[in-house]
Write a protein that binds this ligand. Structure first.
Ligand SMILES: CC(C)(COP(=O)(O)OP(=O)(O)OC[C@H]1O[C@@H](n2cnc3c(N)ncnc32)[C@H](O)[C@@H]1OP(=O)(O)O)[C@@H](O)C(=O)NCCC(=O)NCCS
Length: 192
């Protein structure tokens, strides 16, 4: 099983517009940028879990500590994309290791790219790496699942292209700007 090394570079590539980019694991020094990024995307109030709330640095630090602990146990991985030295996006895959044993083979994936970096191929490369990481890094994982707003067409298109299939919906399961829309559940079988 692969070992988690904070800051380890996983891939170097060029974005569609030709900008040099890297994918790497998170390190403790990312705390300030990660806090800024989460709060920036939250303020956009788009199709993500955050809806405007601003996380204090302290809360992000606690989240990061937990990330490192889970990563050491091969139960979570976070991949960052850095473009021109700036954090362009982050994605994470985490197992349900602390839940019932019966669903410990399922991991949940989440990804957010900063506004100015969207549509430049980064999400595609990050998703491919996250799936690869889930296969090689997370213990006993057979299924990667995710949940997406039904109206988030670019995200659904990307997930389908990578082999995810819709397995169900929670009608009206997600609220966005005062309106309810379906929570689309998608899965990718990666082993077994
Ligand atoms: C959804 C997201 C992860 C996609 O990442 P990305 O880097 O923008 O996507 P890519 O540039 O790799 O493009 C992937 C596909 O999505 C489509 N796409 C990307 N941005 C789009 C847009 N604004 N409108 C329509 N389609 C779009 C492209 O058609 C592309 O398909 P192609 O390969 O056939 O050209 C990213 O836009 C994002 O983080 N959005 C905001 C947060 C979010 O919605 N996260 C997902 C929550 S479930």
């Amino acid at each position: 099983m692969q070992k988690f090394i904070p800051g380890k570079v996983l891939k170097e590539f060029k974005t569609r517009s030709g900008k040099p980019a890297i994918l790497r694991y998170t390190k403790w020094e990312d705390l300030s940028e990660l806090t800024k990024y989460v709060n920036e995307v939250s303020r956009e109030n788009i199709y993500v879990g955050f809806s405007g709330e601003q996380l204090p640095r302290k809360e992000e630090a606690a989240w990061l500590s937990k990330l490192f602990k889970d990563a050491d146990a091969n139960e979570r991985v976070q991949v960052l994309c850095i473009v021109d030295g700036k954090l362009a996006g982050a994605g994470t895959v985490n197992t349900k290791a602390n839940l019932l044993r019966r669903c410990r083979h399922i991991a949940t994936l989440g990804i957010m790219i900063r506004k100015k970096y969207r549509g430049d191929g980064i999400g595609t490369v990050m998703m491919e790496e996250l799936i690869k990481q889930a296969k090689t890094f997370l213990k006993g994982i057979r299924i990667v699942e995710l949940s997406v707003f039904a109206e988030n067409k670019p995200a659904i298109k990307l997930y389908k292209e990578l082999g995810f299939r819709e397995v169900g919906r929670i009608p009206g399961g997600l609220k966005h700007r005062g309106k309810y829309q379906d929570d689309v559940i998608m899965v990718l079988k990666i082993a077994g």
